[in-house]
Design a protein around this ligand. Structure first.
Ligand code: 7TS
Length: 414
């Protein structure tokens, strides 16, 4: 049973999100259950970006003029806010990128191009988003390394014994794993995964795109060398993401891209590089977006990651119970207790796109397709699923409407 008082406190956050007050079509209110793709933005984030452009806009780290100093202070302030949010020891360990995808590509190209040699191995899992598969395939192909995958059980959890076996090759240099699956919702035991990687002298990268927005995350506790996530999935704007990296490693690695702002000195013959994070932030960064991300983190801290996680767990458990009663409906992934705030399902005889279109006519936004995890869908012998993914502002009434509408769509196609 869901404690209504728990969800009521979170449901009150709805008032902070202007978009949620809109109708999708006249008389059809928006029920936004596509938070795994991107989240809505509270007024405080929208205002912080508006305020930045109205009062402080200039380029950063360049001019000696007052506005450049003001913009730099705001941009670096967002870096400190992000550092505190994930418990990093140094602000130099926070690199602003465009998104999780760019953060992982940065590591695959800059670290991988430098450290990976022929016949080295990179270990991923079968449940990765394409953003944590393709960059590794590209670099592996370039240097002659191999990509191996930790298999998953039918319940959507990782086969840790198979992982231990993979590490026995003695050739694994990197283990890159998602914290929370964007399809199954599985919360992986990342601390244990990293510990085992280190025991085998491998480094670790955690894709925290679906974790950082939804639960407390401490990079020192996880101890991975790299952690990646996106601003837009945690109430912040698009165009800004984060790569956390351990300082010694970031200092030792070559840059990802070259250009302005990342150099110490340039001559026509040779360039020396600035320290991290500047070394990895070539060109004018997404300044207003970083300011918006800082405001999003302030907002998340105010409502509390523990409370958000508990709210989403309650909604997910409630939704799974309701959906499980629908004839011919199959949920993939583990029990509600072992997952983040999402549920993906297949309905016999109804294509996920038809189901999503039926839900859309009732104002319900969900994602249908392979969710950029084709190997995972292959593993479950499905081409596509429908996914509902929650955030702080979703309500039990919305979960009810979802369950009821899925049943109506099933009857329509029966
Ligand atoms: N990793 C995971 C686990 C993700 O869920 C996503 C985006 C990414 C990486 C890539 O993030 P980006 O910000 O660089 O695009 N996942 C989804 C999704 O599930 N639906 O749309 C985007």
């Amino acid at each position: 049973m869901v404690a209504p008082s728990l969800t009521a406190a979170m449901e009150a956050t709805r008032a902070d999100f202007p978009i949620l007050a809109q109708d999708v079509r006249p008389g059809v209110p928006l029920i936004y259950l596509d938070n795994g793709a991107t989240t809505q933005k509270p007024l405080s984030v929208i205002q912080a970006m508006d305020e930045y452009y109205r009062t402080s806009n200039a380029n950063v780290h360049r001019g000696v003029h007052a506005f450049s100093e003001r913009a730099t202070a705001l941009y670096e302030g967002a870096r400190h806010t992000t550092q505190a949010f994930i418990g990093a020891a140094h602000s130099q360990e926070i690199v602003f990128t465009r998104n999780t995808t760019e953060s992982i590509n940065l590591v695959a190209q800059a670290w991988g191009g430098w450290a990976l040699k022929a016949d080295d191995e990179v270990v991923l899992t079968e449940m990765e988003h394409h953003a944590n598969i393709v960059p590794w395939q590209i670099i592996a192909e370039r240097v002659g390394a191999k990509v191996r995958y930790i298999p998953i059980f039918d319940d959507g959890t990782l086969d840790m014994a198979a992982y231990r076996k993979l590490l026995e090759s003695g050739r694994v240099k990197m283990v890159a794993v998602t914290y929370v699956s964007n399809v199954l919702g599985t919360i992986n035991p990342v601390q244990e995964i990293v510990r085992l990687a280190h025991q085998a002298n491998a480094l670790a990268l955690i894709d925290a795109a679906q974790a950082a927005p939804h639960m407390p995350l401490n990079v020192q506790q996880i101890d991975a060398e790299f952690v990646a996530f996106s601003g837009h999935k945690m109430l912040g704007p698009t165009g800004v993401g984060v790569l956390y990296g351990k300082r010694d490693l970031l200092d030792a690695m070559p840059p990802f891209m070259g250009g302005g702002s990342m150099i110490r000195a340039v001559t026509l013959a040779k360039t020396t590089y600035a320290d991290s994070p500047q070394k990895f932030e070539a060109g004018t960064p997404a300044i207003a977006e970083a300011v918006g991300l800082g405001a999003a983190i302030d907002y998340l801290n105010k409502i509390g990651l523990d409370a958000i996680h508990a709210h989403e767990a309650a909604l997910t458990s409630y939704t799974m119970d309701g959906l499980a009663k629908i004839a011919g409906l199959r949920i993939i992934g583990p029990d509600a207790k072992a997952r983040g705030g999402m549920v993906s399902f297949a309905l016999d005889g109804v294509h996920p796109h038809d189901l999503a279109a039926g839900l859309d006519s009732a104002g319900i936004a969900v994602r249908a397709g392979h969710h950029c995890a084709m190997p995972l869908h292959d593993r479950f012998k499905l081409t596509a699923t429908t996914r509902a993914s929650f955030y702080c502002y979703n309500t039990l009434a919305e979960a009810d409407k979802l369950i009821e509408t899925v049943e109506q769509v099933r009857r329509f196609f029966a």
